[in-house]
Design a protein around this ligand. Structure first.
Ligand code: ADP
Length: 404
């Protein structure tokens, strides 16, 4: 503890000499200033940061209570002790109410006086430490805030560089990939014509190209979503017919053909859709259903019309998804850990559901998933028959789950 710096104010000059002596004896190292008027004391208080102030209450001119109120304004952190007359409880209470730290009764008991001052100076020094620690904390918080701001700026820049890279890489990959695709298709036809035994190898080459195409398209989609260039081109169409066509396209384009049971309403459902984008969602859900189920496990597709909406449900009896992972599967690049692809290739960046969610939401709809681990998953698209641009928001995803 540092040395105590004390101010004693009293018009009684004998006491003004005696009290410091008592203090020097019992608090070696203490520094004491004295003043015989409240006015002079105020000047000293303005100039010095005392650890404690002791003042007589009854003084000519400005009395101790007025001095106390001035101290409260000027330096409220300095504990002030007031000396009261013997048995003057009324004044003592007034002093405490006015913010005095303690009061000392006349005749002054030296031991009590020093003990009270010791407590007061310790309080003051503790208060100072608290202020210093608070300042250090504030400084630390400010520097942390700066670091967070800088890091955020760096991350935003790095993210922009990443987006640019994904966009550039996916565009650059698309051209050679489509010429490779064209050339293999040509070669395929030639090999079939010449009845070559190499046809199966070419088929597997074509499958690899198709998988690459899915990846590159996912990257292209993600970069146009990030850059705000992902537009829908909606038109009115019969969703029953569209669903039938998409399922056929998927089944006949997949080797071996997956078992897909389709439940469609007898009547057409006319709705506003971006045929290509919605097709992308359905194919993605179908291919996930197949990927995460056994080869012979059937997939069910059910289309239903409601009052202002229609729902398309794709259900598998595959590995399912743990409940706690359900809200995460629609995030970018998220793949459920520990879940193995059951059928077909393991292609995927964990982007398919994120892109699907974006497409469905831009139609003003939402996507819902229910899943029971080891029993299967059921993804539902709930879409409006008519698109109302005012009602399209970016946060209308719903996930729900059930456990066995
Ligand atoms: P990916 O290209 O990895 O399939 P998606 O975004 O389509 O990416 O899916 C994200 C993750 O969600 C998948 O990696 C998989 O772990 C899980 N998932 C998606 N569909 C199913 C499903 N039908 N059954 C089980 N897990 C699924």
């Amino acid at each position: 503890m540092t040395e105590a710096y004390i101010l004693i104010v009293d018009d009684d000059t004998a006491l003004l000499q005696a009290l410091p002596q008592a203090l020097y004896l019992r608090m070696p190292g203490a520094k004491v200033d004295t003043s015989d008027t409240a006015m002079d004391a105020l000047e000293l208080i303005k100039a010095n940061d005392y650890d404690a102030i002791v003042s007589d209450i009854k003084m000519p001119g400005m009395d101790g209570l007025v001095l106390l109120s001035k101290i409260q304004e000027l330096r409220p952190d300095i504990p002030t002790l007031l000396i009261t007359g013997h048995g003057d409880h009324r004044l003592a209470i007034q002093a405490l109410r006015g913010g005095a730290y303690d009061f000392i009764q006349k005749p002054i008991d030296r031991e009590y006086f020093v003990a009270a001052l010791r407590r007061a100076t310790q309080t003051r020094q503790l208060r100072r430490q608290v202020v210093l620690q608070q300042q250090a904390l504030e400084q630390h918080a400010r520097s942390l805030e700066m670091t967070v701001l800088e890091r955020t700026k760096e991350l935003i820049q790095a993210n922009a560089v990443k987006d640019e890279f994904i966009s550039m890489a996916s565009h650059e990959l698309r051209t050679p990939l489509s010429s490779l695709k064209g050339m293999t298709q040509l070669l395929h036809r030639r090999l079939i014509r010449s009845q070559s035994p190499e046809v199966p190898s070419l088929v597997s080459m074509e499958n690899s190209i198709r998988r690459m195409e899915v990846l590159v398209n996912d990257l292209l989609n993600i970069s146009s979503i990030e850059m705000g260039m992902f537009d829908l081109h909606c038109q009115k169409c019969d969703v029953v017919d569209l669903t039938r066509r998409l399922v056929d396209e998927y089944v006949f384009g997949t080797n071996p053909h997956p078992i897909v049971k389709v439940y469609l309403p007898a009547e057409p459902i006319e709705a506003e859709v971006d045929v290509e984008r919605l097709g992308q969602v359905v194919i993605n859900l179908l291919s996930n259903a197949r990927k995460y189920s056994g080869a012979n496990s059937p997939i069910e597709v059910t289309l239903e019309k409601h009052e202002e909406t229609y729902s398309l449900n794709i259900k598998d009896s595959g590995v399912g998804i743990p409940t706690e992972m359900l809200p995460l599967i629609f995030e970018r690049f998220y793949r459920v850990p520990g879940i193995e692809v059951q059928t077909g290739s393991s292609v995927g960046f964990g982007l398919g559901l994120y892109i699907s969610k974006q497409i469905v939401e831009r139609h003003g709809g939402h996507i819902k998933v229910e899943s029971i681990p080891s029993k299967g998953s059921s993804f539902s698209l709930i879409l409006p028959l008519l698109i109302n641009p005012m009602r399209i928001d970016n946060d209308n995803i719903q996930t729900s789950s059930s456990t066995s």
